[in-house]
Ligand binder design. Structure first.
Ligand code: ATP
Length: 140
């Protein structure tokens, strides 16, 4: 089967992942994208989500906290704000982040005018926590 190189880099963790893969499914700001070998050149922004990496016949989920993706026919490069595989995720921390973000969003919805809550920031935090819990296979 043909493959494409995936390189995933974060500001703090350096190179999280570098591997020949068969397929990548990501959520960009323009919607879901499936990337196969020999894909056309592409530069896009990624949402916080659980991306799906298919390699060696198996699928692995990686929690991405947003970032940018560059695709050429031979290589995918992702510069992620944060990236963790299941073993790197602290489920209790992600649950606490989920609850905090949910409470902030609820408070904002109760009184949007009086609130000094940054709703976009709270929604992004909720999406990061959801992605981590999905990768960790934890229900909330
Ligand atoms: P928190 O409010 O718990 O810090 P967050 O979504 O605001 O969550 P980020 O800013 O996305 O956190 O990440 C900061 C750093 O902490 C990154 O290096 C990220 O990989 C790491 N990190 C965040 N949450 C977790 C978690 N639940 N398990 C493991 N590492 C985490």
């Amino acid at each position: 089967m043909s493959t494409i190189k995936l390189e995933l880099v974060t500001p703090d963790g350096g190179k999280v992942f570098a591997h020949e893969i068969e397929m990548l499914i990501v959520r960009s700001t323009a919607g879901e994208l499936g990337i196969l070998p020999k894909h056309a050149n592409l530069l896009t922004e990624l949402q916080p989500h659980a991306m799906r990496v298919k390699a060696d016949g198996t699928e692995t989920l990686v929690a991405i906290g947003g970032g940018f993706m560059e695709v050429t026919p031979e290589k995918i490069t992702i510069l992620a704000d944060s990236a963790e595989m299941a073993e790197g995720i602290d489920a209790e921390r992600a649950k606490a982040a989920y609850k905090r973000a949910e409470d902030r969003i609820a408070a904002y919805k109760n009184s949007p005018k009086d609130s000094d809550i940054d709703i976009k920031r709270a929604e992004a935090a909720l999406a990061r926590a959801k992605a981590r819990l999905l990768v960790k296979n934890v229900q909330v």
